[in-house]
Design a protein around this ligand. Structure first.
Ligand code: NAD
Length: 304
């Protein structure tokens, strides 16, 4: 587990807008690193509800979280929840928006934040697919905006994409990178705007190719996973990973890339759509490419 970083804090006051699954984790991690953290969510009790849900989910999955269990309450206590957006962002130096993945909603929330946060505050989005250049027009400070994109922070995936918009100043990008380091995470700097940022793009290239091979009947998905496991030494292959993410979520993400390029090669295969229609969504529905809770790839003879 990466330890709390000893890197100096590039700023002091951090705010999170939207404390669902991502915002709650990020707020706790920033509080642990020593930031003054304020959060806002219009859903009453959002932070606490998500905190409990997250704790139950990770315990059920027997995940060892990034923040040890005995420090969860302490980190949560350090996070100030405010009923008004004004108060949450009034003194912030960095505001991270983590509301649902909907461009119109994000634009509306950015307009509100822009009106209430200090003019010098950096505004960032945790969006998985929206480049910040599509929000910078609402920010009132297009030279002080960033994509700061987390993966599964509490599960120990400690990398974060950092990318600027069309007018982001170099020192703002540097502050974003320093902030990521200061919470003990590894920044992945994206130097020019790119859909999918850094690692999502790598993962996506793998997904596109393996879905093509399986969906067009060239290779069985289990052989692809076997090859991946033998080659990389990992405990699961791309199809097992897609089951974990959820096949409906995979479909939606692949469609974002397809809609951007309109290249037929980017379209996910029909066979995946049929699985989703049958309710085979992966781990969450008990069946995807594999059957859970005892998927074939976990059996000792799978790669023998
Ligand atoms: P979520 O649905 O769990 O949480 C969103 C939160 O935003 C909710 O608590 C909701 O009440 C709140 N909200 C709604 N409207 C709001 C408003 N007007 N002002 C403030 N808060 C508002 O979503 P999530 O999974 O945490 O995703 C949030 C963002 O993070 C999305 O952009 C998503 O693409 C991105 N992201 C998600 C993941 C993931 O694995 N879930 C990973 C990386 C990035």
């Amino acid at each position: 587990m990466p330890k709390k970083s000893s890197t100096p804090l590039p700023l002091k006051r951090f705010a999170v807008v939207g404390t669902g699954i991502q915002g709650t984790q990020i707020a706790m991690i920033a509080a642990r690193a020593g930031y003054e953290v304020a959060v806002y969510d219009p859903r009453p009790g959002a932070f606490r509800q998500t905190f409990e849900k997250l704790r139950a989910d990770l315990k059920a999955k027997k995940v060892k979280p990034l923040i040890p269990w005995n420090r969860w309450e302490e980190c949560a206590r350090k996070v100030r929840h405010l009923r008004d957006l004004d108060k949450a962002v009034a003194r912030a130096e960095l505001v991270l928006e983590a509301v649902p993945e909907n461009l119109e909603l994000k634009k509306e929330v950015w307009r509100e934040i822009a009106a209430k946060a200090p003019p010098e505050a950096i505004l960032a989005t945790n969006s998985s697919s929206i480049p910040v250049s599509r929000l910078e027009g609402e920010s009132g400070r297009p030279e002080r905006v960033l994509n700061i994109h987390f993966y599964f922070p509490m599960q120990g995936v400690t990398m974060v994409d950092v990318m600027g918009g069309s007018r982001t100043l170099p020192e703002v990008l540097e502050t974003g990178i320093a902030w990521v380091r200061s919470i003990g995470f590894v920044p992945l700097t994206v130097k020019k705007e790119l859909l999918g940022f850094c690692f999502n793009r790598v993962w996506r290239a793998v997904k596109r190719e393996v879905l093509f091979m399986w969906g067009n009947g060239y290779v069985d998905f289990q052989d692809i996973d076997r090859a991946w496991m033998i080659f990389t030494g990992m405990k699961e292959g791309p199809f097992a990973l897609m089951d974990k993410v959820g096949l409906d979520v995979i479909w939606d993400i692949e469609m974002v890339y397809y809609n951007e390029s309109k290249d037929p090669k980017d379209h996910p295969p029909q066979a995946l759509k049929e699985m989703i229609a049958r309710g085979e969504l992966g781990v969450k529905s008990g069946k995807g490419f594999y059957t859970y809770p005892d998927p074939a790839f976990l059996r000792p003879d799978f790669i023998r």
